[in-house]
Design a protein around this ligand. Structure first.
Ligand SMILES: C[S@@+](CC[C@H](N)C(=O)[O-])C[C@H]1O[C@@H](n2cnc3c(N)ncnc32)[C@H](O)[C@@H]1O
Length: 387
């Protein structure tokens, strides 16, 4: 039995001993098991204290070999050691799933049980090993190139309009100050169309034909020239006083290389004095325990909105599915994003020959502070190279 030094583990061990079982009590430190072993022996039972880190294959193998030699082949395994995410590597904690496998050098055919304490760590382990399993893998069934397909494009403006379009447009129009603008990932023209109405010529780059189709259906939607393709690679063949990329869309590029390429492509499209504006949320996923979570985004009487997320700190990729459950059915809104903090973007800008000029916490030029949930960053060429 693991984790039997105290509390519920000690109580279970003593009870099993009373039932006639000889106990091998495994804990990190042999001395920690002394109390349990003494209690069992004082009642005439048999108990052996063993030291082993249950997450260490080799140490567990040695301990089990000693159990076999000194107590006999194990007939039951009780896993009570809660060792958090390290349980993913514990041969004892994985034994319940392969009762006829082996633990270290010892063939293992004993039935295995987990207490709540261990299964709690096993739940963590499950989430941890799931995260490990999926590192570098695509969200099941997710295709980035088609994630803004027909259905998503139909829903986009209805569901995703954020309510800050007016402020966004005012901010961008002021920066453009009459110069032409280029929107990376122009989408359905949510920003491009009202910006154009302020007198700014706006071109776009966009990957999804469906999103552009939705823009074309809107008044003046045919007035935005769109180059189809990947914003980190394609060019319009022109330069602009303003290039902008809003609504966290830098995150749609799923590697650091691609995000750097995107900055380089923005720089390529800028006039000497031109600026590149990036609007993005400050990542919160890296701080979430367990690296996966569900947020209740909306709770209504006849529908709820859930944000189901899993974050991989190795790739910095967030797999996210906005799930809307209502009396009409269930609608999924899957998205993969590579999250980065503002300083990483600042370095990407430097690689692209740009420097941070301004950073705001909102479109109304709210100061950017520790409490800001997003940043609006304005990059331009360093003063000595701007002309
Ligand atoms: C959240 S929407 C933003 C659309 C628009 N900028 C807005 O603010 O409403 C993300 C858009 O990025 C587009 N997109 C994703 N990856 C892209 C890429 N690599 N190159 C160009 N567009 C991309 C999607 O097709 C989608 O239209």
């Amino acid at each position: 039995m693991t984790g039997a030094a105290r509390g519920i583990g000690a109580a279970v061990a003593e009870r099993l001993a009373r039932d006639g079982l000889a106990l091998a009590v495994i804990d990190l430190d042999e001395a920690d098991c002394a109390g349990t072993v003494e209690a069992i022996r004082s009642e005439g039972g048999t108990a052996l204290a063993l030291a082993a880190d249950v997450a260490d294959d080799g140490l567990v193998g040695d301990a089990v070999a000693r159990v076999v030699a000194e107590v006999g082949p194990p007939t039951v395994l009780v896993s009570n050691a809660g060792i958090g995410p390290r349980a993913a590597t514990s041969p004892l904690l994985t034994a319940p799933m392969m009762p006829t496998g082996s633990v270290g050098p010892v063939p293992w055919s004993a039935p295995a049980f987990s207490t709540d304490a261990a299964s709690c760590s096993q739940a963590q382990r499950a989430s941890c090993s799931r995260a490990q399993r999926t590192e570098g893998e695509e969200m099941e069934g997710f295709a980035p190139r088609t994630s803004f397909g027909y259905e998503a494009s139909k829903r986009y403006d209805a569901e995703d309009t954020r309510g800050d379009e007016e402020q966004t447009v005012a901010f961008l129009a002021r920066l453009a100050s009459g110069r032409d603008a280029l929107e990376f990932a122009v989408g359905t023209g949510r920003i491009a169309l009202p910006l154009r109405r302020t007198g700014v010529r706006v071109d776009g780059i966009e990957l999804s034909p469906d999103m552009v189709d939705r823009m074309r259906e809107k008044p003046d939607g045919d007035k935005i020239e769109v180059t189809m393709g990947d914003m980190s690679r394609v060019t319009t063949g022109r330069t602009y006083g303003l290039v902008y990329l809003v609504y966290n869309t830098i995150g749609n590029l799923l590697s650091q290389d691609d995000q750097v390429r995107c900055f380089e492509n923005a720089a390529r499209h800028l006039t000497g004095e031109g600026v590149f504006v990036v609007e993005c949320r400050i990542p919160t996923a890296p701080a979430r325990p367990g690296r996966q979570y569900v947020d209740a985004e909306h709770i209504g009487v006849d529908h709820v909105g859930l944000d189901v997320c899993r974050y991989d700190p190795v790739t910095q990729i967030l797999d996210e599915n906005h799930v809307r459950i209502s009396t009409e059915g269930i609608v999924f809104g899957p998205i993969r994003l590579r999250l980065a903090h503002p300083p990483e973007f600042d370095l990407m800008a430097r690689i692209a020959g740009l420097r941070l000029r301004e950073r705001w916490g909102g479109w109304e030029r709210e100061p950017y502070t520790a409490a800001s949930w997003r940043h609006i960053s304005v990059y331009g060429r360093p003063a000595d190279t701007a002309c």
